[in-house]
Ligand binder design. Structure first.
Ligand code: DX5
Ligand code: ZN
Length: 218
């Protein structure tokens, strides 16, 4: 098993001190910045949009993992690439022509990922998995940070891991929601490659140390 990757979610950062929090992530063992874009339609909440991402990109020294919780994400892919997105993940539930959307992301030179809500089974990926460079499994319902981890996610990770193995793929498994040291360890045991953590990192007394400990999970 390779080193797992850690992606702190800026949704839990202090937006009045965003540059400070970005510099913290730059200085830490974290691998990616996780950026949550919400439109108030696909999810009930609205987070932040283009000007904020542009500002994040001016200071971030690590790849931007952009999680689009928006309807018809295909409308904005080129713009997110221009704003600095390295990875773009779109929800299965928000894309009518998912195959085309994934190709568009790849054509832009970004890593392309599909996100599944907790209620969406991994079996919907049967045909599309070879086209996914990454699959993000939501371990909470999307829209808010700080929610309780959904325990059935471990099983889902195991199922997805065996689908990937059966097909001989190297698709990455990313997990989002309620990740902490304990759930993170169990997720990696189940087969996760990338852990996103918001409130656990930014709510910690020592975020740098918290990230370092997550990064030690094997
Ligand atoms: C939720 C977002 C998450 C969120 C995770 O819709 O996709 O990235 O920031 O927050 P925590 O880690 O606090 O559950
Ligand atoms: Zn997210």
């Amino acid at each position: 098993m390779n080193n797992i990757l850690i992606a702190p979610s800026l949704l839990a950062a202090d937006f009045a001190n965003l540059q400070r929090d970005i510099e913290m992530v730059n200085a830490s063992d974290a691998d990616w910045f996780h950026i949550d874009v919400m439109d108030g339609h696909f999810v009930p909440n609205i987070s932040f949009g283009m000007p904020v991402i542009e500002a994040i990109n001016r200071h971030a020294k690590k790849p931007l993992d952009v999680h689009l919780m928006i309807e018809k994400p295909e409308r904005y892919l080129a713009e997110f690439k221009k704003l600095g997105a390295t990875n773009i993940t779109v929800h299965y539930e928000a894309c009518t022509h998912l195959h085309r959307t994934l190709q568009q992301i790849k054509d832009l030179g970004c890593l392309a990922g599909v996100v599944l809500n907790p209620a969406t089974p991994v079996s919907v990926l049967e045909e599309i998995l070879p086209d996914c460079e990454m699959v993000l499994l939501m371990s909470v319902n999307p829209g808010y940070g700080g929610q309780k981890f959904i325990e059935s996610t471990y099983d889902k990770v195991r199922k997805l891991r065996s689908m990937i193995q059966e097909k001989g793929l190297n698709t990455l498994i990313e997990i989002d929601g309620g990740v902490n040291q304990e759930t993170g360890q169990k997720l990696v045991d189940a087969g996760a490659d990338i852990l996103i953590a918001g409130s656990y990192v930014f709510g910690a007394k020592d975020p740098i140390e918290t990230i370092a400990n997550l990064k030690k999970i094997k």
